[in-house]
Design a protein around this ligand. Structure first.
Ligand code: G1P
Ligand code: ZN
Length: 542
């Protein structure tokens, strides 16, 4: 039976960098999720009778919202919903399923690398028919709709069994439960030289993958252990848990420290990697080396032709603005266009759709290509393995050779988490006010060459995005970027991105903190971080 439920709008249902993310307690309020989902459905034009893809990273509240979404999709006239078994789909797998089955769009339930559990975070994101995150024009329309919404539609029906593969019905709508892994694993097999990677592993190459008790466990087990023949203990923390075992499923030095310890310890394997809550992020390590995501993007771009899918070369490379310029050097050397976009994967969608770029990346452990419209953690792992299988050199050797050819962009991001919102806004506003006068300023040995508030005009649809981060560029190619996070759920997070370029012939083997010392000091001087936030050091360094 179709029910129409009268509601009053909830304030603050504004999608951030990647969908609507809030504490589970917020989502658990009666009608809260329903209002947001109805707002999504209300702004979609032509969805009647169409197919919707549905799945999430398996965090606490995932199963409940899957049921709610199914009943609302049926009440809103969708013809079919394709659901990953158990309500599971990694973000890249969801993107692929949307594309493969020609769906109208998809709803992905995830708060990515944020912690999960009854007291932690949940999120809902809408992806469009190209498989990518809804662009700003749609997320803005969804937000506007949430502010005036007065009712939602839902089918009054019993919960569906979402744990058996097969097809059932909900009212007039078909519900198709699919294996969440198979389509994605097949796609990976079509892109890479699995035989070469299998031979590498069979020859004694040792690897380890930390799934962090998040969604990539089943994907990595199928691909690395079953299809590529890696030993059964290759995937660590491979069972997805609703609270990720009480940890942050965020692959960085702090939250994946066991992996780091192992890769820097005695008897380290040849290759180590980890992914995040919903499987779109990746970090790459070799024995005794961490490859920064910015470097990883550059190294993948420089070597991608070694994998079958990219054998004929790349159309172009895109990186988010705070990502280091390492990829720019590769683009320059290969004669490829390089696009610098605002933070967030949604800005890559148009470039990929238009065939302007093949590979994209963000400093926040995100890399991907035109095979889907999301960043893709396991894809990056497999491209690295394909390159290692082709070159038969170690990760450290590949990195060293890369820097010797292109120079090295020493890079780090400093995060100040949970700071006072007004203080954070004040810091950015004060910097913004000083932008016109910063050029020429000397800070220690550094001289500001230019400073601006990054704005981006999409070259495909000409849409303009302003206020995407403060850039302070120094003479010699060093740089500081400051912006506030758009994915946090409590207080504000200030991100400070630090980058120093060391050209070919310079000292390419320094420890990153040493190489960045003067930039760290300059950031504090220019942005008054200590005095405005009350913090004398960052919470997380990535
Ligand atoms: C963060 C990352 C950004 C990424 C996003 C979603 O956003 O910085 O690169 O696209 O998560 O995974 P932020 O919190 O900085 O707005
Ligand atoms: Zn993620």
């Amino acid at each position: 039976m179709l029910k129409t439920v009268a509601v009053t709008p909830f304030p603050g249902q504004k999608p951030g960098t990647s969908g609507l993310r809030k504490k589970v307690a917020v989502f658990r309020q009666s009608h809260y999720a329903e209002c947001f989902i109805q707002a999504i459905f209300d702004v979609l034009e032509g969805a009647a009778g169409q197919t919707l893809v549905l799945g999430g990273d398996g965090r606490f509240w995932n199963r409940e919202i899957v049921q709610t979404t199914l009943k609302m999709a049926a009440a809103n006239g969708f013809g079919r919903v394709i659901v990953g078994r158990g309500g599971i789909l990694s973000t890249p797998a969801a993107s692929h399923v949307i594309r493969k089955y020609g769906a109208f769009g998809g709803i992905i339930l995830s708060a990515s690398h944020n912690p999960g559990g009854p007291d932690e975070d949940f999120g809902i994101k809408y992806n469009i028919g190209n498989g990518g995150p809804a662009p700003e024009r749609i997320t803005d329309a969804i937000h506007a709709r949430t502010e005036v919404i007065d009712h939602y539609r839902i089918l009054d029906a019993a919960d569906l069994d979402i744990d058996q593969i097969g097809e059932t019905r909900l009212g007039d709508m078909a519900v198709q439960i699919i294996d969440p892994v198979a389509d994605y694993a097949d796609l990976m097999e079509s892109l890479f030289d699995f035989a070469a990677i299998r031979a590498l592993i069979a020859g004694g190459f040792r690897l380890t993958f930390d799934a962090m008790h998040a969604v990539t466990g089943p994907y990595a087990t199928e691909i690395l252990e079953r299809r590529l023949g890696a030993p059964a203990d290759t995937v660590l923390n491979g069972t997805p848990l609703p609270d990720f075992g009480g940890h942050h499923p965020d692959p960085n030095m702090v939250h994946a420290h066991e992996l780091f310890d192992r890769m820097f310890g005695p008897d380290a394997p040849d290759f180590g990697a980890a992914s995040d809550g919903d499987g779109d992020r990746n970090i790459i390590l070799g024995r005794g080396i961490f490859v920064t995501p910015s470097d990883s993007l550059a190294m993948l771009a420089a070597n991608a032709h070694l994998a079958p899918a990219y054998a004929t070369g790349l159309a172009g490379i895109a990186r988010s603005m705070p990502t280091s310029a390492a990829a720019d050097r590769v683009a320059e050397a290969l004669g490829l266009p390089l696009y610098e976009t605002p933070t967030g994967w949604k800005y890559f969608g148009n470039l990929l759709d238009a065939g302007r770029v093949t590979i994209c990346g963000e400093e926040s452990a995100g890399t991907g290509s035109d095979h889907v419209r999301e960043k893709d953690g396991l894809w990056a792992v497999l491209l690295w393995l394909n390159i290692l299988a082709a070159r038969r050199e170690s990760v450290a050797e590949i990195a060293r050779a890369h820097w010797e050819r292109f120079g090295r962009n020493y890079y780090a991001r400093h995060d100040y988490e949970g700071i006072d919102g007004a203080a954070a806004d004040g810091l950015i506003a004060a910097l913004r006010d000083r932008l016109p006068t910063l050029a020429g300023t000397r800070v220690g040995d550094l001289v500001v060459a230019a400073a601006d508030d990054f704005a981006y005009q999409d070259p495909v649809d000409a849409s303009l995005s302003r206020h995407q981060g403060i850039r302070i560029l120094f003479e010699g190619g060093s740089r500081i970027v400051l912006r506030l996070s758009g994915t946090g759920t409590s207080g504000a997070t200030l991100r400070v991105y630090l980058e120093r370029y060391e050209p070919v012939g310079g000292d390419l083997g320094r420890a990153t903190p040493d190489a960045l010392v003067d930039l760290i000091a300059a950031a504090d001087t220019l942005a008054e971080i200590r005095s405005r936030t009350g913090r004398d050091q960052p919470d997380v360094i990535t």
